[in-house]
Write a protein that binds this ligand. Structure first.
Ligand code: GLU
Length: 488
């Protein structure tokens, strides 16, 4: 059997990280097995579905590299791939079931059903529809239809056990007598959710339905619909839900839940994919950092875990740092560039190689992309901003003026403006002056970067350049002079 899997998002919100993980598992399974990955848009909920959400979901998945083989914008051999465009197909299938008397119209009013429900509640038993309308004779049915009585269509369910072997959770048994005759369409043949999903999956020849555990209660109902339609069952696999740190269902109140939010915070698409894969799938050995292609190689359903997966932002941050190192300065620069452009920085003032060196300078200090802006602000700003309290702390040291004076004199005459020369100059300063390393470092760092901690100081000075470095040292000296005068 050839593997055909699908992701079936409902466009009622932006691309959720939970949907993305389900899409990823389907994608990985399809690619690992040499199968087909289908995308279908489940937009039957007309009120909540919005085209901008469809757009966000499709571009989001593509941006993460989860390209589908069939669906909107790809091949469409089993189309349409929007449920809203499949109404005729649902109608035809429902008519077939009605002709075969596998479904029947039910005219029970909400009030009548409420009476049944209340009786079940009083008796303390699970409510199941009484099947009152299943026994109506043909004449009664015709008469009630002719008089325009409101109706829905129910499936004639057999009172047996529904058993399926979940690929992730093992055997699952549900007593269909507790499900009863489910409603599968409204009176106008507008299908209910479970019917549309099943017909689509049959017509799109889906071999494996891999989705979140939240759909597990739909599966027995869907199996009953497959049987009524005389179709072969796909294999089902339900992965554990993504949980918040308090083990409740992950929701907006726990923070960002959409892919777009995480990308905007400066997480790399590669890191998001990598992290989502680790959330519910355990790699075969100690390797934790994977590209999408590497995941395709390593992924098997056997290693998808049953236990709920807690979304751990610290782990995501770690994966992001690992991906930054993996991409390196050259790979990261094109990702950082748009952030700078958005802030209005003129990038043409320096050659690209200079910018790449700035990334190298701070690479091991970056957790998310915007950290670069903070780490490198001293290289981009015309006037030094930094942290005023750091500057104050450094300039309060008695070593400040003599250190800056000596260092700036040394730099004036430095022959080559490169790292070895600057390092040699600084070493000489440390030997020549009677101060502790910190008392030398702090004033220089504060004068150059506006902070007392940061990336390699000499390399920072190399990148800042001779003119700007000397200007900053002189400005610092001026400031120290004013400070000394006001203290006199
Ligand atoms: N449209 C459903 C959802 O977004 C998925 C249905 C399915 O995978 O069967 O949760």
């Amino acid at each position: 059997m050839s593997v055909r899997v699908r992701i079936a998002p409902s466009p009622t919100g932006n691309l959720h990280i939970g949907t993305t993980r389900t899409a990823l598992f389907n994608y990985l399974f399809a690619r690992h097995e040499g199968g087909t990955f289908v995308l279908r848009v489940e937009d039957t909920d007309r009120e909540r579905s919005k085209s901008e959400y469809t757009e966000n979901i499709l571009t989001g998945l593509k941006g993460l590299g989860l390209n589908w083989d069939e669906g909107p914008g790809a091949a469409e051999p089993h189309g349409p791939y929007f449920q809203s465009e499949r109404q005729d197909l649902y109608h035809a299938a429902l008519q077939g079931l009605l002709d075969q008397e596998k479904i029947y119209p039910c005219f029970c009013t909400p009030e009548e059903l409420q009476v049944e429900r209340s009786a079940a509640e009083t008796a303390g038993v699970t409510y199941v529809y009484s099947r009152k309308c299943r026994e109506l004779d043909a004449d009664t049915v015709s008469a009630r239809i002719a008089s325009g009585d409101k109706k829905v269509y129910r499936l004639k369910v057999r009172d047996e056990e529904v058993v399926f072997n979940d690929l992730i959770r093992g055997e699952i048994r549900i007593d269909a007598s507790l499900i009863g005759d489910i409603i599968i369409a409204r009176g106008d043949f507008n299908p209910m959710y479970n019917f549309a999903v099943v017909l689509d999956d049959i017509q799109m020849q889906i071999s494996h339905v891999l989705r979140g555990e939240d759909h597990i209660s739909n599966t027995p109902k869907q199996i009953l619909i497959y049987e009524a339609l005389g179709a072969e069952l796909p294999r089902f696999g339900h992965s554990a839900m993504m949980l918040a740190p308090d083990r409740s269902k992950l929701s907006k109140r726990h923070g960002a839940t959409s892919v777009q939010d995480y990308l905007a915070m400066g997480y790399l698409p590669e890191a998001l994919i990598n992290y989502l894969a680790l959330l519910g799938w355990s790699p075969p050995d100690t390797q934790e950092i994977f590209s999408l292609d590497e995941l395709v190689q390593a992924f098997t359903l056997e290693r998808v875990t049953k236990a709920g997966a807690v979304f751990d932002i610290e782990k995501l941050k770690w994966v992001n740092t690992q991906w930054m190192r993996r991409l390196g300065p050259e790979g990261l620069w094109p990702r950082i560039k748009p952030l700078l452009e958005a802030q209005g920085f003129d990038l043409s003032q320096q050659p690209e190689s200079w910018w790449i060196e700035t990334v190298r300078l701070v690479l091991d200090k970056l957790v998310v992309l915007p950290d670069y802006l903070h780490q490198c602000d001293f290289l981009m700003q015309a006037a030094l901003v930094g942290k005023p309290e750091d500057i104050q702390k450094a300039y309060a040291l008695s070593s400040a003026a003599p250190v800056l004076d000596a260092f700036s004199a040394g730099l004036e005459t430095l022959e080559n403006w490169d790292l070895p020369s600057l390092q040699a100059e600084f070493e000489q300063l440390k030997t020549a002056l009677p101060y502790k390393v910190k008392d030398i470092m702090w004033p220089v760092r504060a004068a150059i970067t506006g902070r007392v901690a940061g990336a390699d100081l000499m390399q920072s000075i190399v990148l800042l350049g001779r003119e700007r470095s000397l200007n900053r040292l002189n400005q610092a000296l001026d400031q120290l002079k004013v400070q000394a005068q006001t203290q006199e």
